[in-house]
Design a protein around this ligand. Structure first.
Ligand SMILES: Nc1ncnc2c1ncn2[C@@H]1O[C@H](COP(=O)(O)OP(=O)(O)OP(=O)(O)O)[C@@H](O)[C@H]1O
Ligand SMILES: [Mg+2]
Length: 381
């Protein structure tokens, strides 16, 4: 495929998605869709697409993208928001366009930063009146500096703003602010948790209620696998079985993150495809830190997580039976303290709609793997 003209990114492993960029970019230009939501599970290339495909396309089309990842500063997402607005304002004033998206290093940083913060303790901070006033002014200045160009605000990991009441202030202010600008600013909300995004947009008590429809972020097509196998052949003269790789690609739910790591492993460690696949499977477990987390969970904690995940309710007779079967105590008190403990460790968050979001991706799978097949059958999972 010839490189689309808007692409300035030079990573040869980057599998471009010009059709999707044109599709979403065209909607950004129009006023019919000034609020869009994209939901997709972890590591399927969402941030990468919006930063490397969509932003350059928007700039080429004379629009002004502003990208903010709410996970970069987990305790004070409003500070990160203000910081990104200030950077973009500076760029527009200096160069007339947000040039930063042309700089690979910063893009890499924006993406990698968040991984380090997953599972880390943080104390949510409330945005003060001064913080909000500052944000309001920054946005006003950007709109003025952008002149006729439309601003496209891309808010990544938006569900994070729902995970603590400390962020309410910012969330409400953001809604009011965006309403003031109407279709002058298009907004793309990106999220990696269905429960979190539903709580934000489908709960009538929340400020963003029904402000946009939730779309699934389209997964990368299988052409990505052909692209990777071909590059291995051309650059390293390594031939692998494409169909075997395709199977693994489907097994890991189309995550380019793990495929790129698999490529690295094949090349640097000169492993065969099956060996590399085994290695990556192990790596996914270790990287998410499941072993460490699992070690510190009590049997009640594990059962509570399973019940929350399957939305079975915690206090019914049936649930108490399940907790006991997994080896837990199964009393009201022990369930309550387990919930508190999981919340303090930031393994779960209770959302404003009272639904519970499990923050550690893949943890449920890991818990299930730690149970015997007989037990799983007994408790009906
Ligand atoms: N189009 C692509 N071509 C090549 N590699 C890609 C592509 N998209 C993503 N990747 C690889 O996958 C990694 C993860 O992608 P990205 O961070 O965009 O996922 P994500 O869906 O935003 O994940 P998270 O939910 O964890 O934020 C990237 O760092 C990159 O190595
Ligand atoms: Mg991301």
């Amino acid at each position: 495929m010839p490189q689309p003209s808007y692409i300035t990114y030079s990573d040869p492993w980057f599998y471009q998605r010009p059709r999707l960029a044109t599709h979403i970019g065209t909607m950004c230009k129009d006023t019919l869709f000034s609020r869009m939501i994209y939901l997709g599970s972890r590591r399927i290339g969402k941030s990468y697409f919006f930063l490397n495909d969509l932003c350059p396309y928007l700039i080429q089309e004379g629009l002004m993208p502003v990208y903010v990842n709410m996970w970069v500063n987990k305790s004070a997402p409003h500070s990160e928001f203000a910081e990104q607005l200030a950077i973009v304002l500076d760029e527009i004033e200096q160069d007339g366009a947000p040039k930063r998206f042309l700089n690979t290093e910063i893009k890499k940083l924006a993406i990698n930063n968040q991984f380090a913060k997953i599972g880390m303790e943080f104390k949510p901070k409330v945005a003060t009146d001064i913080d909000l006033y500052n944000i309001k002014n920054l946005l006003k200045s950007i709109v003025a500096a952008a002149g006729k160009s439309k601003i496209i605000l891309i808010l990544d990991e938006f569900q994070h703003l729902l995970t603590s009441p400390a962020f309410d202030n910012f969330l409400y202010a953001l809604r009011t602010l965006l309403d003031t600008y109407g279709s002058r600013i298009s907004v793309i909300f990106i999220g990696s948790s269905r429960t979190g995004m539903k709580a934000a947009f489908e709960n009538d008590k929340m400020p963003f209620y029904q402000s946009a429809q939730i779309n699934e972020f389209p997964i990368l097509d299988d052409g990505f696998i052909a692209h990777c196998t071909k590059r291995l052949e051309v650059v390293y003269n390594i031939h692998i079985n494409r169909l075997e790789l395709l199977d693994f690609w489907h097994e890991i739910n189309h995550s380019p993150h793990w495929i790129i790591n698999l490529m690295r492993d094949i090349v640097t460690n000169q492993r065969s495809l099956p060996q590399a696949i085994a290695f990556i499977k192990e790596a996914t477990r270790v990287e998410e830190g499941h072993d460490e987390v699992l070690k510190n969970l009590t049997a009640t904690d594990k059962a509570v997580l399973l019940l929350l995940h399957y939305k079975r309710g915690l206090y019914s007779e049936e649930s108490l039976r399940i907790i006991k079967a997994v080896g837990g105590k199964g009393t009201r008190g022990s369930i309550q303290s387990s919930e508190r403990r999981l919340e303090n460790k930031k393994i779960i968050s209770t959302l404003p709609d009272k639904n519970v979001m499990i923050q550690l991706y893949g943890l449920i799978d890991a818990i299930e793997q730690s149970l015997s097949p007989e037990l799983k059958l007994k408790i009906g999972i």
